[in-house]
Design a protein around this ligand. Structure first.
Ligand SMILES: Nc1ncnc2c1ncn2[C@@H]1O[C@H](COP(=O)(O)OP(=O)(O)O)[C@@H](O)[C@H]1O
Ligand SMILES: [Mg+2]
Length: 249
């Protein structure tokens, strides 16, 4: 099978079971969202998939291969990327320079060309394509430190894409972004390459219902239910969860 295939995934911290017997598939073209109350285990799940945490039980396959023992870096190399995990913005460099550095990093050329990165011929065309895709033309030569917060998140998203992932995990892409800027993030998600497999972990329900085609609801480490946005919006248990006075993050 192409993509991610998670079976029976379980994670315990001492006596606390934080992920319990989770089955999950993510194939090319998917736009899935993982939602659930604060403490439901969303971050733990994404950390298990990206290799930050090791499962207590269960399997994680990618393109049919068991990746459960691979390091985080090895999984990134195979094409599993999570935003805001591997990308670090250099605040004193421009958008263009940040993108060029990420491409050099992917190519294993590290930071040796730091000074010239913004002008480097090898990366120029690819940087230009990313700038075009994320509509960053007007900001390309602006220092990241001078961008609005939502624009910085957009640059981080573009940098993650520069790693050419096949699976993209968006970990709260709109967190901290003022509502006047969330449309930037929504537009960017909608403009992602169609064949990319995308999982969005997000508490902003407007964003989730705009961009997800499938929604998975996690409660106390278990999948409560999953379905289309329409099915989730009308699910009585989910409505109780979100309207019944429980906090959600
Ligand atoms: N390293 C850890 N050690 C012990 N408990 C943890 C650890 N990380 C998370 N937890 C617990 O696991 C549960 C799920 O946390 P988390 O995955 O961060 O949830 P969410 O992202 O849905 O808010 C919480 O009860 C949290 O306190
Ligand atoms: Mg979390």
């Amino acid at each position: 099978m192409q993509g991610l295939e998670v079976r029976g995934l379980t994670k315990r911290f001492g006596g606390l079971t934080v992920s319990e017997d989770i089955d999950f598939d993510l194939v090319p073209g998917d736009r899935k969202a993982l939602i659930g109350p604060n403490g439901a285990g969303k971050s733990t799940f994404s950390n298990l998939v990206t290799g930050i945490l090791r499962p207590s039980a269960g399997t994680i396959r990618f393109d049919g291969m068991d990746i459960g023992r691979l390091s985080e870096a090895q999984r990134v190399k195979r094409g599993i990327a999570k935003t805001f995990q591997i990308t670090t913005l250099f605040r004193d460099l421009t958008v263009r320079e940040n993108l060029a550095l990420t491409i050099l990093e992917r190519q294993g050329r590290g930071y040796q060309m730091l000074r010239r990165a913004g002008r480097h011929a090898d990366t120029g065309a690819e940087v230009a394509a990313l700038i075009d895709q994320f509509k960053l033309e007007a900001l390309a030569d602006t220092r990241v430190a001078d961008l609005a917060y939502g624009q910085q998140r957009l640059v981080e998203l573009a940098m993650t894409l520069a790693l050419k992932p096949r699976v993209l995990i968006l970990d709260e892409p709109a967190a901290g972004v003022p509502s006047s800027e969330t449309h930037l993030i929504i537009d960017a998600i909608e403009a992602l390459p169609p064949e990319l497999a995308v999982l969005i972990i997000e508490h902003d329900m407007d964003l989730v219902f705009r961009v997800a085609r499938q929604i998975i609801v996690l409660v106390q480490g278990r999948i409560l239910t999953e379905g289309t946005p329409q099915e989730i919006a009308t699910n009585a248990q989910v409505r109780e969860l979100y309207l019944g006075g429980h906090g959600h993050d």
